[in-house]
Design a protein around this ligand. Structure first.
Ligand code: ADP
Ligand code: MG
Length: 510
C-alpha cells in the first residue's frame, strides 16, 4: 500500500492560449479532507477533471494507490472508485432520484436470460438506506424537478456513494447554498471522512477550509504555490498565498448618514413571460447614503426587481418613484437620464456591447454629450482620454487598452468596465446586481470599496447579491426575498447571517 491514495505528478494541461495547470504535483492521503484553494481561473477544476478522467493531462502522471493509471473517460475513473460533484449538476429533471442515480449503472437482473432490466425496487431500497446512513434526507422516488438545489446536491453525493466511490471530489459545493445548508454539507463531509472516504474540496472560501480541511493546496495561475496543514495556517496567510500579495479581508465601512428618500417602491408586482408573478407586492425605499441589499437564493425574484426599476421589465402593478417623481412608466433612457445607473446581472447581454472597443463601451453613456461630442461630431481624443482614466481607476486589464475589443476581455475585466462606467455617472440611484461575481479577491476588494465610496458620496444603492458575506459586509439595510415576496426588512446590524439565511429559506419566525 502506498502512503498516498492519490498522486498527481508534474501535471501540465494546456488549453488554446493558456496553461491551465503548470507542472502541478499533489499527493493525497486516504481519509483526509484535502482542499484545493485558488481564485477563479487558477486551474482547480481542470486539475480535478483530469483526476476524474474528463481530460487527459498533456504531461505528468496520475497514481491511484501507488499504481499509475490512464483515464480515457470518467467511467475509467469511476471504476477506480473516484466520484465528482460538479459545479453544475448533471441530473435529469423529470427522472426520480433513483433513476438518476442508476442511469448508466443499473442493478441488472436477467429475465429469461435475455433482456437486462432494471430492478428499481432494489435500487430504491439501497438508495434510501444510503440516504439514511449519511443523513442526506432525500427519497429515492422524489422527482428531481421538485427538489431545491441543496437536495439536488445531496443526490449527487448519493450517486457517488451508490457507485462505491472512495475518493470524492466536490467542486465549489457551497457556492449555491445558504449558511445553514453550508453547515449541513460540511457536517456530511465530516461524516464521510469518519467513514474512511477521501475528500477533495475545491473552493475559494477560506473559512470553509479552515473549518473542515486537513490540508490545503494553493493554486495560482495554474501553478502549485504551497501545500499547508490547515490547523497551522491562518486565514490571512491562506488568502495572501492565494492572491500573491497581502490582502485586506475586512471592508472599512464608515458609520451611515442617511439623507432624503431617493427610491420609493410601492406594491410592485412583476410578471414573467409566462404571466407568473415573479415579484409580488414588494415595497421598500432607499435613502441617500444608504445601501439597501436584497438577500435571497437565486431565482426568487431579485433580478426582476432590479430590471423593473431600471426599466428592462414592466411593472404589472405598483409604483416606482425616484426623488419624488413617478418613473413607473418611463423608458430606460428617461430613467437613466433622471439618475438611475445599473450594473446588471447578465453583463454580456445587457451590460456591454461585445463587438465595440473598450473605449466605446466606457463612453457608451456619455458620447452624445459634451465634451465627448459637439454638434454631432465625436471628439475621439476625449473619448480615449476618458477611457484611459477609467482603465486606471478601475484597474481594467486588457490586451490593447482602450482599443481592445470587449469580446476578447475576461469576464472579470468586462465587469470592472461596467462597474466603472456606471459609477462614473454619479447617479442618484445605483443598482448593483452581483457586482463581484466571478471576480478574484483583489478585484472584489476594489469593487466593494467603490460601492462604499458611492454610498458615502450620498448615492442610494440597491445591492442584489447571492453572496451573503458580501451583503453582511456592505449593507445598511437588508431585505430578504423568498418566492417574490420580501420576508423582512431590517437594519443590517440587527441581523446575523444565520437569521438572514433562515428568511432566505422562507422561514418567517427567525
Ligand atoms: N475547456 C476549456 N477550454 C479552454 N480553456 C479552459 C477550459 N477549461 C478551463 N479553461 C481555462 O483554464 C484556466 C483554468 O480554469 P479552471 O480550471 O476552470 O479554473 P478554476 O476552477 O480554478 O476556476 C482558466 O483560464 C480557464 O479559462
Ligand atoms: Mg472551477
Amino acid at each position: 500500500m502506498s502512503e498516498y491514495i492519490v498522486e498527481m505528478r508534474h501535471i501540465t494541461k494546456y488549453f488554446p492560449g493558456i496553461t491551465a495547470n503548470d507542472d502541478v504535483s499533489i499527493a493525497i492521503r486516504k481519509g483526509e479532507v484535502y482542499a484545493l484553494l485558488g481564485e477563479n481561473g487558477a486551474g482547480k477544476s481542470t486539475l480535478m477533471s483530469m483526476l476524474f478522467g474528463m481530460y487527459e493531462p498533456d504531461r505528468g502522471e496520475i497514481l491511484i494507490d501507488g499504481r499509475p493509471v490512464v483515464f480515457h473517460s470518467s467511467n475509467d475513473a469511476a471504476a477506480l472508485s473516484i466520484g465528482m460533484v460538479h459545479q453544475h449538476f448533471t441530473l435529469v429533471e423529470n427522472y426520480t432520484v433513483a433513476e438518476n442515480i442508476v442511469l448508466g449503472k443499473e442493478p441488472v437482473k436477467r429475465r429469461f436470460g435475455l433482456l437486462p432490466w432494471v430492478d428499481m425496487a432494489q435500487a430504491n431500497q439501497e438508495i434510501n438506506a444510503l440516504s439514511q446512513k449519511y443523513g442526506l434526507a432525500v427519497n429515492a422516488t422524489d422527482r428531481i424537478e421538485d427538489l431545491p438545489v441543496s437536495a439536488r446536491q445531496r443526490v449527487e453525493i448519493l450517486k457517488m456513494l451508490y457507485r462505491r466511490a472512495e475518493i470524492m471530489i466536490f467542486d465549489e459545493p457551497t457556492a449555491v447554498l445558504t449558511p445553514q445548508e453550508i453547515e449541513a454539507l460540511l457536517k456530511i463531509i465530516e461524516d464521510l471522512r469518519s467513514d474512511g472516504k477521501t475528500i477533495i474540496l475545491i473552493t475559494h472560501k477560506i473559512r470553509e477550509i479552515k473549518q473542515t480541511a486537513d490540508r490545503c493546496a494553493i493554486l495560482r495561475a495554474g501553478r502549485l504555490i504551497d501545500v499547508r496543514n490547515v490547523a497551522e495556517t491562518s486565514i490571512q496567510e491562506m488568502a495572501d498565498l492565494m492572491v500573491g500579495r497581502r490582502v485586506s479581508l475586512e471592508t472599512h465601512k464608515s458609520p451611515s448618514s442617511f439623507g432624503d428618500t431617493v427610491l420609493c417602491v410601492e406594491h410592485l408586482t412583476v410578471k414573467n413571460e409566462q404571466r407568473f408573478d415573479v415579484v409580488r407586492d414588494v415595497s421598500f425605499s432607499i435613502r441617500a447614503g444608504e445601501i439597501f441589499a436584497i438577500a435571497g437564493v437565486s431565482g426568487n425574484g431579485q433580478t426582476e426587481i432590479a430590471d423593473a426599476i431600471a426599466g428592462l421589465m414592466n411593472a404589472a402593478a405598483g409604483t416606482i418613484r425616484l426623488n419624488g417623481s413617478d418613473i413607473t412608466r418611463a423608458s430606460i433612457r428617461e430613467r437613466a437620464s433622471s439618475g438611475v445607473a445599473y450594473v446588471p446581472e447578465d453583463r454580456q447581454k445587457t451590460g456591454v456591447v461585445l463587438d465595440f472597443t473598450l473605449q466605446e463601451n466606457l463612453s457608451l453613456r456619455k458620447y452624445h454629450r459634451p465634451p465627448f461630442s459637439e454638434h454631432g461630431v465625436i471628439h475621439r481624443d476625449q473619448v480615449r482620454k476618458y477611457a484611459q482614466t477609467l482603465i486606471e481607476r478601475y484597474d481594467i486589464r486588457s490586451g490593447q487598452g482602450p482599443d481592445t475589443c470587449v469580446r476578447s476581455m475576461s469576464g472579470g475585466n468586462q465587469q470592472k468596465a461596467i462597474v466603472g462606467r456606471e459609477i462614473e455617472e454619479a447617479a442618484a440611484l445605483i443598482i448593483f446586481v452581483q457586482p463581484t461575481r466571478g471576480l478574484d479577491i483583489g478585484a472584489i476588494e476594489h469593487v466593494q470599496a467603490h460601492i462604499l465610496k458611492e454610498r458615502d458620496r450620498g448615492a442610494a444603492i440597491l445591492l442584489i447579491s447571492l453572496e451573503l458575506d458580501e451583503i453582511m459586509a456592505l449593507a445598511d439595510t437588508i431585505g430578504v426575498i423568498y418566492r417574490g415576496e420580501l420576508q423582512t426588512i431590517a437594519p443590517a446590524d440587527g441581523m446575523t447571517a444565520n437569521e438572514v439565511g433562515r428568511y432566505m429559506m422562507g422561514v418567517k419566525e427567525a
